[in-house]
Design a protein around this ligand. Structure first.
Ligand code: BTN
Length: 283
């Protein structure tokens, strides 16, 4: 268990010392515990909170993952964070660009972790962040309503920061890791939060056609799913296997199905759960 000097508690005062954003995190709400920071963010949006509001919690009792899963959220070690983007912030953005938001967020988080920890995170499509093939962070983007019946987007992310191996339930140990486990040192979550919010704000405000193509380029460089042999669950119980040929400009996977020739058009997959059978660079 890290001491409080190695792993200081989340604190608004400390975050604000490092925070250099103009919109994201103004305000930031810090909770001791909640069911899910995404759920808390939607509640705040219904109450009229401003665009860019951030919700953090030291713990979640019902952290939500993708595809209806739960997100393991013990107290005092990790980052559980949700950012509210109100719909006027989307105005003028074509749907195609909005579909890239989870990917853009993945790139922003992976790059920040790289800069701060000197580790080498990769992305598993669509936006799992892995280190040494184990999941260190996940992103859940959800849409909902506001007080004035407009829609809002909540970008939620969870990062395993200062957990040690013994803190993970046994069934997660082979698949999940933390920054501290990989780096052999603990990290100040307040500093990490401030840098993550800055990078996400930067990506979001530059989100436009030219920037999207740069981000997609960065995404493809970070994404270990590209070129890999994979099994994909495209809907409950529907599994396809093949090799990933490309990730297109909308962020969809193009899969050459196993036992089909290269003359057969690839299957285009917009969402699903990927299992890597073999990485692109593995001999
Ligand atoms: C995934 O399944 O990979 C996505 C996990 C997302 C977890 C985060 S933790 C903060 C935010 N609040 C939630 O309830 N979920 C997201």
């Amino acid at each position: 268990m890290p001491s409080s000097t190695q792993n200081p508690a989340l604190s608004l005062e400390s975050i604000s010392q490092y925070l250099t954003t103009t919109r994201v995190g103004k305000p930031t709400i810090l909770l001791h515990s909640t069911d899910s920071t995404n759920a808390a963010a939607f509640e705040l949006a219904r109450q009229g909170t401003p665009d860019g509001t951030v919700v953090l919690s030291e713990q979640q009792s019902a952290g939500r993952g993708r595809l209806g899963r739960t997100w393991f959220s013990p107290s005092g070690m990790n980052i559980y964070c949700s950012i509210i983007f109100l719909d006027q912030a989307d105005q003028g953005r074509p749907h195609q660009e909005l579909s890239l938001i989870p990917l853009i967020t993945g790139v922003a988080i992976a790059r920040t972790l790289q800069q701060i920890t000197r580790l080498s995170p990769t992305l598993k499509w669509p936006n799992d962040i892995l280190i040494q093939k184990k999941k260190v962070a996940g992103i859940l983007c959800e849409r909902g309503g506001t007080s004035s019946n407009h829609s809002c987007l909540v970008i939620g992310f969870g990062i395993n920061v200062n957990m040690e191996v013994a803190d993970f339930p046994e069934d997660l140990r082979n698949h999940a890791t933390s920054l501290a486990t990989e780096a052999g040192q603990f990290f100040d979550r307040n500093l990490l939060v401030a840098h993550l919010l800055k990078k996400i704000e930067w990506s979001w405000t530059r989100h436009g056609k030219e920037h999207s193509s740069k981000i997609l380029h960065a995404y493809r460089e970070l994404c270990s799913t590209l070129g890999a042999s994979v099994r994909v669950e495209t809907s409950p119980g529907k599994i396809v296997t093949g090799r990933v040929l490309t990730i297109d400009d909308e962020g969809s996977l193009h899969l050459q199905l196993r036992e089909t020739s290269t003359a057969t058009p690839p299957l285009i997959i917009r969402s699903g759960e990927v299992i890597h059978l073999r990485d692109a660079n593995e001999p």
